[in-house]
Design a protein around this ligand. Structure first.
Ligand code: ADP
Ligand code: MG
Ligand code: MG
Length: 249
């Protein structure tokens, strides 16, 4: 599904990614771990096509289509979803209205008419029920006064509604509380299927107690330096990252 080949990226002439290659197949969950500043969020931004980063080398293919030159909107229409894309507070725009606009925007880009209101409502109800989201939450203003867990709930709801082919969840380094972690994990576990793939970026192993990855990759100094199964995450939790550095010299 996703084929990243030898990606180099920089920001303000500073090299951040130094040759990242990664293949993700449909039905798989990949975790990317690594120390602070390794380039994890940069990699997520590069896959989503965010323009503050310059990709200086390499290619990114999604379902056999080269997306390297596509802008973020085009990539989103092709099924790439990056969490934290819309962290802004939008007073007066509800969770539901925001997602309606996003979905109809996607459809418009594909030359389709707006989703009929009844169909949209049905989908909203189904996804909200699946994720155990309270109806009252859906009418709240986007991100306004949201707790950490509510922000996560909103993101997962957006992901459920947009039905991405490839979801990238960048959990950053901020300490999500256990409830927020569970919201993310339950959502991912309910939404994953043989037709989609998930990349979970996390600094800590604990999220991976709830989302069990098929593969774990360690990103260090802008490169994937080690890949393994979920056991690797436990090893990192126990031993930190320095031993990998020592292995590399
Ligand atoms: P991680 O997510 O693994 O903690 P990041 O991808 O956020 O790492 O950052 C990798 C490196 O790139 C860090 O040294 C960071 O300071 C730098 N960096 C990230 N974004 C920017 C930016 N917009 N401008 C300048 N430097 C950046
Ligand atoms: Mg960081
Ligand atoms: Mg980060």
């Amino acid at each position: 599904m996703l084929d990243i080949k030898n990606v180099h990226a920089s920001v303000d002439d500073k090299d951040i990614l130094n040759g990242v290659s990664l293949q993700v197949n449909a039905g798989e969950v990949h975790a990317i771990m690594g120390p602070n500043g390794a380039g994890k969020s940069t990699l997520a931004s590069i896959i989503a096509g965010k323009e503050e980063f310059e990709m200086t080398q390499g290619s990114i293919t999604l379902n056999n289509e080269d997306i390297t030159e596509m802008d973020p909107e085009e990539r989103a229409h092709k099924g790439v979803f990056l969490s934290f894309q819309y962290p802004v507070e939008i007073p007066g725009v509800s969770v539901t209205n925001f997602i309606k606009t996003a979905i109809n925007g996607n459809r418009k880009a594909k030359g389709l008419e707006d989703m009929p209101a009844s169909e949209m409502l049905k989908m909203i109800k189904e996804k909200a029920d699946l994720l155990e989201i309270d109806r009252k939450f859906l009418s709240r203003s986007l991100n306004e006064g949201f707790s950490g867990g509510e922000k996560k709930r909103n993101e997962i709801f957006q992901m459920a509604m947009l039905e991405p082919k490839l979801a990238i969840l960048d959990e950053t380094d901020s300490g999500l509380d256990i409830d927020a972690l569970k919201v993310v994990a339950n959502g991912v576990n309910k939404l994953k299927s043989k037709d989609n793939a998930v990349i979970v970026i996390t600094h800590y192993q604990r999220l991976l107690d709830y989302i069990v990855p098929d593969f774990v990759h360690v990103l260090m100094d802008g490169k994937i330096v080690k890949s393994g199964t979920k056991e690797l995450a436990y090893e990192l939790e126990a031993k930190g990252y320095d031993w990998i550095k020592e292995e590399l010299v």
